[in-house]
Design a protein around this ligand. Structure first.
Ligand SMILES: Cc1cc2nc3c(=O)[nH]c(=O)nc-3n(C[C@H](O)[C@H](O)[C@H](O)COP(=O)(O)OP(=O)(O)OC[C@H]3O[C@@H](n4cnc5c(N)ncnc54)[C@H](O)[C@@H]3O)c2cc1C
Length: 85
């Protein structure tokens, strides 16, 4: 956030914002998730699933879809193993 504020005050950018009118405000900063921060999600006897495993889609700032999908894929994998006995 601080870096973005600095960026907006840089002379190369500030000239476009000067005298502008704020139409709305938004605050979205989530400092987690993304493919590069995903840990190995499976280990003997356990699975890491959901948002806290790091399944957030940073590009789209969407978490629920990927968190749920990780649960669905896990359930399918567990079922397959149980079906094999
Ligand atoms: C401010 C904000 C805005 C967001 N906006 C969006 C959005 O617009 N769109 C979107 O798709 N996603 C959004 N998300 C992300 C989304 O909320 C999460 O990705 C999603 O809720 C993750 O679901 P989950 O089931 O993995 O985890 P959670 O919803 O965090 O559920 C985990 C549950 O486990 C419980 N728990 C924790 N420890 C224990 C324990 N030891 N024993 C028992 N229970 C425990 C917690 O109480 C909680 O109920 C947003 C998140 C935040 C914080």
């Amino acid at each position: 956030f601080d870096e973005f504020q600095r960026f907006k005050h840089h002379p190369a950018i500030a000239k476009y914002l000067r005298d502008g009118e704020r139409l709305s405000f938004g605050a979205r900063a989530i400092a987690k998730g993304g493919l590069r921060s995903l840990p190995k999600q499976q280990f003997l006897g356990g699975l890491l699933i959901g948002c806290d495993a790091g399944t957030l889609n940073m590009g789209k700032i969407k978490g629920t879809h990927t968190a749920m999908k990780s649960g669905m894929l896990s359930a399918e994998a567990v079922y397959q193993q149980l079906a094999k006995g």
